[in-house]
Design a protein around this ligand. Structure first.
Ligand code: SF4
Ligand code: SF4
Length: 198
């Protein structure tokens, strides 16, 4: 019958509308702004409203979710930061849109290059979030952040410098627990091999 499809569609909309209020009453105080409420609305069994009330609510992202890279450092006992980056330049070379710039530091006395970046910059407007830099880094020094609310009202400040890119290893461990554990195990294995070879 002409128009039956439209009526069916309106019926579905009406059902969702009514069920939204019914589910709100059933899950009073638990349906919004709680992890279980978000999980419930994302599930196949959800009824009524299924949208996330962004930005007040945010979808949980998986561990491998990636946005912009950051540089990992370890806090030393004397309070200094020990960067893992050796300024080898591999990440800059493999980066498809070429949005990483590195200047290697040099010894102030001899002028010879040292395994440390003097400058490190990433243009986050050009970064395509591919994660190649993190994949190829041989020192686990660059990892992908999961922070995605990076929009701003101005056009400046989108080239992240070394200071802005630095994040502690504890942060990496917190957002990538499985990957961090794997990297640490591999690091321990390499260390054991080196000690065994020595
Ligand atoms: S982040 Fe990794 S790949 Fe990039 S320069 Fe530093 S050590 Fe090399
Ligand atoms: S995520 Fe991809 S595009 Fe972004 S800096 Fe790394 S290699 Fe370049």
């Amino acid at each position: 019958m002409f128009g039956l499809g439209i009526l069916k569609g309106l019926g579905i909309t009406l059902r969702h509308f009514v069920e939204s209020y019914w589910e709100d009453l059933r899950g009073w105080g638990r349906r919004y702004f709680t992890p279980e409420g978000i999980a419930r609305r994302r599930s196949r069994d959800t009824r009524g409203i299924f949208t996330i009330q962004y930005p007040e609510e945010k979808l949980p992202v998986p561990e491998a979710f990636r946005v912009i890279p950051f540089l990992v450092y370890a806090d030393e006992a004397d309070g200094t930061r020990k960067l893992r980056c050796t300024a080898c330049g591999i990440c800059a070379r493999v980066c498809p849109p070429q949005c990483i710039w590195i200047v290697r530091a040099s010894d102030s006395a001899t002028g010879k290059p040292v395994a440390h970046p003097a400058e490190f910059a990433v243009d986050i407007d050009r970064c395509m979030n591919c994660g190649y830099c993190a994949e190829y880094c041989p020192f686990d020094a660059i990892r992908m952040d999961r922070e995605y609310e990076l929009a701003s009202r101005n056009r400046s400040g989108h080239v992240y410098n070394l200071e802005k890119l630095l994040k502690p290893a504890a942060y990496h461990a917190a957002i990538h627990p499985a990957a961090f554990a794997r990297e640490e195990a591999e690091r321990a294995q390499r260390q054991a091999r080196r000690t065994g070879d020595a």
